[in-house]
Write a protein that binds this ligand. Structure first.
Ligand SMILES: C[S@@+](CC[C@H](N)C(=O)[O-])C[C@H]1O[C@@H](n2cnc3c(N)ncnc32)[C@H](O)[C@@H]1O
Length: 314
């Protein structure tokens, strides 16, 4: 499993997702376990897949015999399954949305965006999310279309599960990238896709597995511990539960890596993660991310990368 020098096919994320790890890839790569390069690791498991920046990156550079991905978000997992099973039909749906969109003038594009958004929200109660069916294909096309044309390109739903992001008004949104969808589909054909809590993948993990956890960030500004939830509804109690799961997987001989926000950026005395992961390797890496302000200011802050094996600067 030596690093591939000429990485093809180059599948990349098909959705822009909150908390995407593209900016952290270099730092994560430096901290990959050696066994990924020597061939001892044959399986990759990512229990909080989101947009999959790390999953796609690793598969561009290394080859695994098996991959397992998981997320609790049913719309996201539905999209992965459609690309795995019905990519040609999905491309046809996106083709229709794309030509309808670009055949309209500006205001009419906005109107079309809200029509698609409305239809997507109405279907929320009509769709059978449990069993694979044709309606999933149209829904995935709508998810990709909305993701490309909405403001800031993020998938965000309200408490009722309705997509509520306003129109983005971008000049040339990249609604359909056929080539990428095909390469993603080829990769997903050898990937098991799970819907559910991060513990769902436990059975797949053994001493030849690399697991990467990218849970929802622990909010830097919090009201009080254990009651404060991230936007994904992930509380401090869930972070504690995850640390217990990390220990369990460590016990199975797997190599495990986890990233999260570093509370010390805001409160140097906050040792929440240092205590939770005592005995493991807690690295702090530079990350560019918004801190302490709404929208405009970005600063260089650190992010945590925790592993159950030594990191280069250890
Ligand atoms: C920070 S994002 C992952 C981002 C991803 N690494 C990327 O590059 O796009 C966290 C993900 O965790 C998922 N999630 C939240 N709670 C979960 C749980 N209990 N089990 C599994 N996934 C969960 C969210 O739906 C979200 O997709």
């Amino acid at each position: 499993m030596a690093k591939q020098t000429d990485p093809v096919p180059a599948a990349r994320p098909f959705l822009k997702w909150a908390g995407g790890k593209t900016q952290l890839l270099d730092e994560l790569e430096k901290r990959l376990p050696e066994e990924i390069r020597t061939g001892k690791i044959t399986r990759y498991v990512e229990p909080f897949i989101g947009g999959g920046a790390v999953f796609f990156y690793l598969n561009r550079h290394f080859s695994f015999e098996h991959c397992d991905i998981c997320d609790v978000n049913k719309e996201l997992i539905l999209s992965y399954r459609v690309i795995q099973n019905s990519v040609q039909e999905l491309i046809a749906e996106l083709e229709n949305l794309k030509s309808a969109y670009f055949s309209r003038a500006g205001d009419m594009q906005e109107q079309m965006y809200y029509e698609v958004r409305n239809d997507f929200n109405l279907n929320l109660t009509r769709i059978d999310f449990d069993e694979y069916n044709d309606a999933w294909i149209e829904r995935t096309a709508q998810i990709i279309f909305l993701n490309r044309t909405c403001f800031n390109g993020l998938f965000r739903v309200n408490r009722r599960g309705e997509f509520n992001v306003p129109f983005g008004g971008y000049k040339k949104p990249d609604i359909l990238n056929q080539e990428n969808l095909h390469t993603v589909s080829a990769l997903l054909k050898k990937t098991r896709i799970h819907l559910g809590d991060f513990t769902t993948c436990q059975e797949q993990v053994n001493d030849r597995t690399f697991v990467y956890f990218d849970p929802p960030y622990r909010p830097l500004k919090r009201s009080s511990s254990f009651t404060s939830y991230s936007k994904d509804g992930f509380s401090d109690a869930d972070q504690v539960r995850l640390a217990g799961f990390f220990r369990k997987l460590d016990g199975s001989g797997a190599k495990v890596m986890l990233s999260n926000s570093d509370p010390k950026n805001e409160k140097p005395q906050d040792t929440f993660f240092d205590s939770l992961y005592a005995g493991y390797y807690v690295g702090r890496v530079p990350a560019r991310r918004r801190i302490n302000c709404k929208g405009t200011c970005r600063g260089d802050i650190s992010e945590l990368v925790i592993t159950n094996y030594p990191q280069p600067d250890e």
